[in-house]
Write a protein that binds this ligand. Structure first.
Ligand code: CMP
Length: 138
């Protein structure tokens, strides 16, 4: 069944000029771009987005990194979008990511890992709503 997920091209990938290549991989894999925008978020906005990780040791550094430069936020749609995007991304840590995945190709470290994708339906709903109004989803 058609499903929507949320994704971010992170500051490391945007800085290195990999945004277009990552978008091409996403479209090649059959995702429809429902919405996309380029943003610079504040530390407070990054903290709100990642609040589920607020007790983790890496929360401060993760939110510094995510507010360190422009990102692309996007909503993607296809059958089984959430699981399929996670598969296309590969493991969070590029050291463990499978050949051919976005993390393997573009990520530098577990934190500066090029791309984010929602991990479940409820998180996708929260994450889409955090960055997009309903009228922006077309
Ligand atoms: P993301 O999928 O955006 O969700 C949480 C992010 O925290 C994750 O990608 C990584 O960028 C980061 N992260 C997860 N685990 C660690 C870790 N052990 N050390 C540093 N950053 C991490």
């Amino acid at each position: 069944m058609s499903q929507r997920t949320f994704s971010i091209i992170k500051p490391d990938a945007v800085r290195k000029g990999h945004s277009g290549a990552i978008l091409a991989e996403i479209e090649k894999a059959g995702f429809r771009l429902v919405a996309i925008k380029k943003l610079s978020i504040s530390k407070a906005q990054a903290e709100g987005f990642y609040y589920v990780h607020k007790e983790r040791s890496f929360f401060g550094s993760l939110t510094d990194f995510m507010s360190s430069g422009p990102i692309f936020v996007m909503v993607l749609e296809k059958d089984n979008a959430i699981a399929d995007l996670r598969k296309l991304m590969g493991a969070t840590n590029p050291a463990n990511a499978e050949e051919g995945t976005i993390c393997k190709k573009f990520a530098g470290s577990i934190e500066e890992n090029a791309i984010h994708g929602s991990d479940a339906e409820d998180t996708a709903r929260f994450e889409i709503g955090y960055f997009f109004a309903g009228y922006e989803l077309v």
